[in-house]
Design a protein around this ligand. Structure first.
Ligand SMILES: Nc1ncnc2c1ncn2[C@@H]1O[C@H](COP(=O)(O)OP(=O)(O)OP(=O)(O)O)[C@@H](O)[C@H]1O
Length: 492
């Protein structure tokens, strides 16, 4: 797909003509060779506008649409800068450039691109550190080769090393380039503390260059950049002219409002009716356990699409292997959670289905951006539960069209009777309640009743129509112990 990036699409993002890599005076012979071997002819708009400032050592906050080539827009000039200006400044085994990304698979993807690129320069070597990999392997890979390190990592793993691994902080003391990829997620409550702690282990900002990238930029991003960056002279490279055009224009967006009971049917019909030979879809669910249930249900229902499954309930080894398989696949559907909503560049994804509201408009855009990358066409469908209708207000400035719900018909697999372990269904049910409680303002009884409808739709209720049991302790924690209703099935 990458090689198929149409210069015309890139040009649409910008009025300025986009240069060919081979004509770039500031790009070294090594860089030109790398671009040629990647099959990239012209820069994209964000690449063009990032190149000079990064090479000049400046700080930069960049906003550009999903799939517009942001990764290379920081990697190429940064590696070029290391090659020409910083080579030899950092001891072997020390980190010269640090890239933080919020998700393991994204770190691995960026690391792979960095590895391909650095192999043309030979100035630094790539190391990737994420959770789920044995601790000792991290240290081995740091010591294994020669030269300074370009480290790509998730915040959690790196924070643990900074706090616990002897001598690790010393390796970070000469970092000259810091990249926060998907910076708005790194600025969110989940990652902010870890990101700040890691930044505190780096040299002062006057001695390093900060590069901050995302398709969406929130107030929290500006706050984090103020805390971590130099402040003065920060360039804002904004390739998105206004908030209305934040979604790539070649992605068609649709939504349907769906009663909980019909969500599975709608997903099934959508996948089956669009499943042409090059159909490759990502279906994003509220939680990993729900994604796991659906992956199993669709396999057992006999879909002819290859089914892939990536979520936090799988081991890292399984996640990595599945990610590679989905990358290589020409046709199929990935059942996943928000672990796959950001940055991941699976070639050829044509469709994204969101099974429920995203946390925010920004998250909706990132999820949608798994299709329609690098100028390709894409199609997004948002299936909103009836209780999530309010989310549409957040999307009011996007060009999203209603896809009316079709009449219900009988020609469906029987998902209620599908032979799936009771425990898998119950876990999907529990995780869904937790998710909705965290993200909705509905009252607890309403949440439990809606979850009960979900339990029915997946055949998780018993002969007396009761949903899976909740222990008294959990019911108390959830605040539902006092509710007298058939939707709350407390263990005796
Ligand atoms: N100059 C280029 N010419 C052709 N293809 C390119 C070019 N630059 C990047 N690409 C390809 O475009 C695709 C999208 O790039 P990338 O993953 O960096 O997007 P992104 O902007 O970071 O998206 P997201 O916001 O989702 O993280 C990749 O497959 C990449 O290989």
């Amino acid at each position: 797909m990458a090689a198929g990036y149409k210069p015309g699409d890139a040009a649409a993002e910008s009025e300025e003509p986009l240069p060919r890599f081979r004509d770039l005076l500031e790009l070294s012979a090594e860089g030109k060779k790398a671009m040629e071997s990647f099959g990239y002819e012209r820069m994209t708009a964000v690449q063009r506008r990032s190149f000079g400032p990064i090479l000049g050592g400046g700080e930069l906050l960049a906003r550009a649409k999903t799939g517009s080539g942001k990764t290379l827009s920081f990697l190429l000039p940064a590696v070029e800068r290391i090659h020409r200006q910083l080579d030899g400044e950092v001891q072997p085994g020390g980190v010269v450039m640090l890239v933080l990304t919020p998700v393991r698979e994204l770190s691995m993807q960026v690391a792979k691109e960095a590895e391909k690129l650095t192999s043309f320069y030979g100035s630094c070597r790539m190391v990737c550190m994420t959770g789920g990999v044995p601790w000792e392997e991290d240290l081995k890979s740091l010591d294994e080769g020669q030269g300074a390190v370009l480290l790509v990592a998730t915040p959690g793993r790196l924070q643990s090393h900074v706090a616990k691994t002897e001598g690790f902080a010393a390796r970070l003391r000469r970092v000259r380039i810091l990249v926060l990829d998907e910076v708005d997620q790194l600025a969110s409550e989940t990652f902010r503390a870890a990101t700040l702690e890691i930044a505190a282990a780096l040299p002062p900002c006057s001695e390093r260059q900060g590069l901050f990238y995302s398709a969406t930029v929130s107030d929290a991003v500006h706050g984090l950049v103020r805390q971590i960056g130099r402040g003065d002279g920060l360039a804002f490279v904004d390739v998105i002219q206004s908030d209305e055009v934040v979604v790539p224009e070649h992605i068609d967006q649709y939504y349907s409002l769906v009663p909980t009971e019909r969500m599975t049917e709608c997903l099934w019909r959508f996948l089956q009716s669009h499943a042409k030979p090059d159909f490759k879809a990502v279906a994003i669910f509220m939680t990993g356990r729900i994604a796991a249930y659906y992956a199993e249900a669709f396999r057992k229902a006999g879909t002819d699409l290859a089914v892939f499954e990536i979520h936090a309930r799988r081991s890292q080894k399984q996640r990595t292997e599945e990610s590679e398989r989905f990358r290589a696949a020409e046709r199929g559907v990935l059942f996943t959670s928000d672990v796959s909503s950001r940055g991941l560049d699976y070639p050829g994804v044509t469709h994204v289905v969101q099974m429920g509201a995203a946390h925010s408009k920004a998250e909706y855009i990132h999820r949608l951006g798994r299709c329609g990358r690098a100028g390709a066409k894409g199609h997004g469908l948002l299936l909103l539960h009836d209780f999530e209708e309010g989310f549409l207000e957040q999307l009011s400035d996007l060009e999203i069209m209603e896809e009316p719900l079709s009449q219900m018909t009988e020609d469906l697999p029987d998902f209620i009777k599908m032979p799936i372990a009771k425990n898998v269904k119950a876990q999907a049910y529990y995780s869904r309640i937790n998710h909705v409680m965290r993200n909705s303002t509905a009252d607890l009884l309403e949440i439990m009743r809606e979850a009960h409808r979900f339990a029915r739709s997946i055949g998780a209720t018993d002969e007396e129509d009761r949903p899976p049991e909740i222990t008294v302790e959990n019911a108390q924690k959830m605040g539902v112990a006092e509710i007298q209703d058939v939707s709350v099935h407390m263990a005796k």
